[in-house]
Design a protein around this ligand. Structure first.
Ligand SMILES: Cc1ncc(COP(=O)(O)OP(=O)(O)O)c(N)n1
Ligand code: 3NM
Ligand code: MG
Length: 212
């Protein structure tokens, strides 16, 4: 069930490439109007300067609506735009390095790909964990095995940190994933590929609110 420690039940992960029908800024604004609680900018293979420009424009928008902005992978960009936080995976800059370098980081997310990560310092010093992936997804194919509902239940029993479910999250599986112990639902395509991202976000949020 959603924990008050992570009051962002609908989490949008956005990139320019994943937005199929509108610009990423238009999708972000529509999604915020629809009820998204937090946005992560995830530009892959993007030079720092371009990443910074996109992050800066998105930060103006998220500030306008008072929505936290998370930057994926890039510590320099996250610090320069004064983001709310950063998300990193097991092959990125380690959380311990981020803590030392960025005292202003308010939220540090870390991907959980295997159970043996639970006892590590990197997991312990992170604020929340991305359950990576709950289900296989074409949006990101370089993942290990899917956790499934049983995997979420198992992680939930072992650690009290907020769990962000990611990987093929959609209107049909949100309720089961929250009931299994996730605190937040992170989506890319359910919003970025939608013809009407505001409506898609509204429906996802409603489904979440019915469950929590
Ligand atoms: C909320 C959330 N969870 C997991 C991820 C994946 O991060 P990572 O494993 O570093 O992979 P990339 O996103 O960098 O390709 C995420 N971004 N967000
Ligand atoms: C960014 C990301 N990280 C994942 C992980 O498993 O760590 S899956 C993913 C993409 C999720 O996209 P969609 O909502 O379209 O399935
Ligand atoms: Mg990463």
């Amino acid at each position: 069930m959603t924990s008050l420690a992570f009051p962002y039940p609908l989490y949008l992960v956005i990139s320019e490439r994943d937005c199929k029908h509108q610009s990423f800024l238009e999708v972000a604004e529509a999604a915020i109007r629809g009820g998204v609680d937090l946005i992560q900018l995830r530009e892959k293979d993007c030079p720092d300067e371009m990443y910074f420009l996109k992050a800066e424009r998105l930060k103006e928008l998220t500030d306008k609506y008072d929505i936290p902005l998370i930057i994926n992978d890039n510590l320099r960009v996250a610090m320069e735009v004064k983001a709310f936080g950063i998300h990193v995976g097991t092959t990125d800059i380690p959380p311990s390095t981020i803590r030392k370098a960025w005292k202003g980081c308010k939220s540090l997310g870390y991907s959980l790909e295997a159970l043996d990560q639970l006892d590590t310092e990197e997991t312990q010093i992170s604020d929340w964990l991305g359950v990576s992936p709950v289900f296989k997804t074409q949006t990101k194919e370089d993942t290990l095995t899917e956790w499934g509902l049983e995997g979420i239940r198992n992680i939930r029993e072992k650690i009290s940190k907020p769990l962000i479910a990611i990987g093929n999250m959609n209107i049909d599986n949100i309720a089961a994933v929250l009931e299994a112990g996730a605190d937040s639902i992170a989506v890319v395509s359910a919003i970025c590929s939608a013809k009407n991202p505001e409506k898609a976000a509204f429906e996802l949020k409603n489904e979440i609110l019915k469950t929590i």
